[in-house]
Design a protein around this ligand. Structure first.
Ligand SMILES: NC(=O)c1ccc[n+]([C@@H]2O[C@H](COP(=O)([O-])OP(=O)(O)OC[C@H]3O[C@@H](n4cnc5c(N)ncnc54)[C@H](OP(=O)(O)O)[C@@H]3O)[C@@H](O)[C@H]2O)c1
Length: 330
């Protein structure tokens, strides 16, 4: 049956301005890193994407290598766009990235102009799109001049293959330099995509300050620490969870005794707030004024709905924040 988007979808989401740009992003965005590849359940992917859009999530985040196999998340999105969501293309913000290994040989990863522009062409073909909304350098390349990598992003925008340029996984100092270079080229840096969650707080030291000062948006990835900051692992490792699955990025060792103690204490506090732990973990990030959107993953519609319901309570008192800090940094 054909998909028709829910008429009241825009009343269900909060939209935040991305830095000093004209672009508004949903407070919660959805990433297709896990659960959307060629080995996944295609019917379920469609259900999750449709429900996301019905809940006002206008932003879907991809990368050239999302799968498995690499590239298959983009190919799956193409099918869903062509059958259903493509009718709403002008209401969607679709991003992709290049930086990690995608094909063999010296031009299949990192930050050269050769790799970035070839990869973007491949991504567009895989997604069946004329342009992406945001094209990211997925990681800094220590062996390529930063000017070359930024020039490639600028070219992508000039060619009309991307509307905006972004960077991901860049430290604060390199971020400042990248922002300068892009500004001089006439393509402002729209957004930074760093890893940020209660267990991983490096951005608080310097990066958030740089982004705020320079008017660049911030969209933290893995805000739920890949599921650790949810109710998922409170009573063991469920068979259908990321840890139990094939992912090399989240494994049993990450759920050590110290982490479990923190998770249990956080869960107790979330209950007192009348939220689930996942909702508290997302609200805690959205509470930072520099954050434009949190970039979640979801393996079910139920998880997605729970996460979007975070928006009912985004407030924390100072005492509460201190209490949470004490749990995280005992
Ligand atoms: N730029 C980069 O280098 C980079 C790196 C990583 C990710 N990303 C982006 O960030 C996106 C999100 O990353 P992520 O998937 O690691 O994010 P995450 O939101 O931290 O973790 C998502 C996982 O947590 C579990 N989960 C989510 N909501 C839940 C809930 N309410 N209750 C119980 N479990 C819940 C699910 O795992 P189960 O499978 O166990 O159900 C889900 O797949 C990616 O898709 C990608 O777009 C970017």
């Amino acid at each position: 049956m054909a998909y028709f988007a829910s008429k009241d979808r825009y009343n269900k989401m909060k939209y935040n301005r991305c830095g000093h740009s004209g672009l508004l992003l949903p407070a919660i965005s959805l990433g297709l890193w896990h659960n959307f590849g060629g080995t996944g359940d295609f019917k379920k992917m469609k259900e999750i994407l449709f429900r996301a859009f019905d809940l006002g999530i206008t932003h879907f985040d991809l990368a050239n290598n999302y799968g498995p196999p690499p590239g298959s998340a983009e190919s799956n999105l193409k099918n869903i766009l062509q059958s259903d969501l493509g009718a709403y293309r002008d209401q969607l913000i679709i991003s992709t990235k290049a930086g990690y290994l995608m094909w063999e040989g010296p031009y299949g990863e990192w930050g050269s102009r050769k790799y970035l522009l070839a990869s973007l062409d491949q991504s567009l073909k895989r997604m069946g799109l004329d342009y992406v909304d945001i094209f990211y350098s997925h990681r800094p390349d220590p062996d390529t001049p930063l000017e070359e990598t930024m020039m490639a992003l600028h070219t992508a925008v000039q060619q009309g293959k991307a509307l905006y340029a972004g960077i991901s996984n860049y430290d604060a100092e390199t971020t400042g330099q990248a922002i300068d270079i892009l500004e001089n080229l006439g393509t402002p840096c729209l957004i930074h995509q760093p890893k940020y969650n209660m267990f991983h707080r490096w951005v608080e030291e310097e990066l958030l300050g740089v982004l705020e000062k320079r008017g660049v948006g911030c969209i933290p990835f893995s805000p739920l620490a890949q599921g650790l900051l949810t109710g998922r692992y409170l009573d063991g490792i469920p068979a259908d969870s990321r840890i139990a699955g094939e992912s090399i990025f989240l494994q049993k060792e990450h759920l050590d005794a110290g982490t479990l103690v923190k998770i249990k204490a956080l869960n107790q506090h979330a209950e007192q707030r009348g939220q689930t732990m996942a909702q508290m973990a997302l609200a805690w990030i959205l509470n930072r004024r520099q954050v434009t959107s949190v970039l979640i993953g979801a393996s079910s519609v139920i998880q997605l709905e729970e996460n979007v319901a975070t928006l009912h309570n985004l407030n924390f008192s100072k005492d509460e924040l201190a209490y949470i800090d004490n749990i995280l940094i005992p």
